[in-house]
Design a protein around this ligand. Structure first.
Ligand code: DOR
Ligand code: ZN
Length: 473
């Protein structure tokens, strides 16, 4: 038998359906066999997993790596290095950089940066906004993995498109089978409320939630789902934060709308009591959508368990400590880093019995791979797949220390939180990029993840903006 390049032995190989004691044989970038040690070919290099769980690398559908434009917050080396630390082997990066990724020139610029700095694989989101509907097809041809529509304002203050532009954008994306992620919050409700609260002199951290109640998200989720159903566009709901409105998602899925949903560890594990406990430093937990009152966490867990929510993402949103700790909540930048801590936090919950490791692998790897057209090339450990593999230690008691983050953003609400599990080795396409916390891959070894979305299923084609303009009386 021809020797393979690498063999991972003594592994507990996890998929959504099963956990098997097996070896993994890798040739070049590809897994060529998973099976009993006796059946494996000889290998040039052997990694002994020592009986640990070996899982597909996580695919994080929501990160902000800030470059170009805000390099002091994060760049593609520190962002993807943080990902590798966290067992994340593919990231989808958001367009609210400067320039925003809403033109072909900006996309090309970001692709060059990503190719030269990344240590994990990536996809790049194009922006869908009021003024770029006519070039969405150019962005698709340029290689975006999906689109992001900021229905509500957040960092970068990109204005929400009008409903007219959004619907027209969805008409176009539907015909290409592309998925559009929405930041679903209603901007006019939020602006009005924040204005009133600022006028009233509120600067405390609880004012942030009061300005962005869950009805903002409910309304925007339902509006986006209506547009997706009408056009046949594929829709992804970013950072589902509240119990409210889960029934809209359930209903849309039941009706056959291609809608996928992510939630994040912060909405499963944090609440405003913890934000209040931070006192003057409550801004550390300021994020959009906001951390909710106690009581939303459990329904979100249930929604993951019953499949209403498909996946775990992080909304990795790095800012500097100074930007996160200003006196007024309105002055604190929204978001915090997360790509590095998601897997330890979630596996710690697995250790507590909240979910099985198989369910976790569905949420972190298999489901995002399916939603974004990476499956079965990514998101699964089986012959033919790319060797994006993470060895996890499920018996590692540690405390999260923000000073030790690989991200430039050394401030997180997870600081001081106890974890009992973490990734100890991350491999991207057969290359070890992280071992025992050290990033050992060179910048520029990550590449654009190859995507194959299922066939488009556009609807109401006779009523699209293009179709009505074509009408001849
Ligand atoms: O809090 C947030 N910060 N939410 C977002 O949606 C964007 C993010 C950022 O880019 O900082
Ligand atoms: Zn975000």
């Amino acid at each position: 038998m021809q020797p393979v390049d690498m063999l991972i032995k003594n592994a507990k190989v996890v998929s959504p359906e099963s956990t098997i004691d097996a070896c993994i044989a890798i040739r070049g970038e590809i897994i060529v066999a998973v099976g009993a040690e006796e059946a494996m070919p000889p290998a040039k290099q052997v990694i002994d997993a020592g009986g640990k769980y070996v899982i597909p690398g996580a695919i994080d559908s929501h990160v902000h790596f800030r470059t170009p434009g805000y390099e002091y917050k994060e760049d593609w080396y520190t962002g993807t290095g943080a990902a590798a630390r966290g067992g994340v082997t593919t990231v989808l990066e958001m367009p609210n950089t400067n320039p925003p990724t809403g033109t072909v020139a900006a996309l090309t610029q970001k692709q060059e940066i990503a190719h030269s700095q990344a240590v994990v694989d990536f996809g790049i989101y194009g922006l869908l906004d009021e003024n770029n509907i006519d070039i969405l097809e150019d962005l698709i041809a340029g290689g975006v993995s999906g689109f992001k529509c900021f229905m509500g304002n957040t960092f970068g203050n990109l204005p929400a498109p009008s409903d007219g532009a959004m619907l027209e954008g969805f008409e176009i994306l539907a015909q290409h089978g592309m998925r559009c992620t929405v930041h679903a919050e209603n901007p006019s409700i939020m602006a009005r409320r924040q204005g009133k609260m600022e006028k009233a002199g509120r600067t405390d951290s609880m004012a942030h939630l009061a300005a962005r109640p869950a009805v903002c998200a409910m309304e925007a989720v339902s509006r986006a789902a209506i547009f997706a159903e009408w056009t046949g566009a594929r829709l992804h709901i970013a950072h589902k934060s509240s119990a409210d409105g889960l029934y809209f998602v359930r209903d849309a899925k039941r009706r056959g709308v291609d809608i996928t949903v992510e939630t994040c560890p912060q909405y499963l594990l944090l609440n405003t009591d913890m934000m209040q406990a931070l006192g003057k430093e409550g801004g550390i937990m300021r994020v959009n959508p906001p951390i909710r009152e106690p009581g939303h966490e459990e329904p979100l867990w249930q929604a993951l368990l019953d499949g209403t929510v498909d996946m775990i993402a992080t909304d990795h949103a790095p800012h500097s400590p100074e930007e996160k700790t200003r006196a007024s909540i309105w002055e604190c930048d929204c978001g915090f880093p997360g790509v590095e801590t998601q897997m330890p936090l979630m596996l710690t919950e697995v250790n507590k019995g909240r979910a099985t490791i198989n369910q976790y692998v569905a949420w972190s790897a298999a489901n995002p791979a399916k939603a974004w057209g990476f499956y079965p090339r990514k998101g699964v450990i089986q012959a033919g797949a790319e060797a994006d593999i993470v060895i996890v230690d499920m018996n590692k008691d540690e405390t999260i220390d923000q000073g030790g983050l690989f991200s430039k953003s050394k401030i997180t609400p997870w600081h001081g939180r106890k974890i009992s599990a973490k990734p100890v080795l991350t491999m991207v396409r057969g290359r070890v990029v992280m071992q025992d916390g050290e990033i050992i891959a060179a910048a520029g070894t990550g590449r654009a993840a190859r995507q194959q979305m299922p066939a488009p299923k556009p609807r109401n084609l006779d009523k699209t903006t293009a179709a009505i303009l074509d009408y001849k009386a």
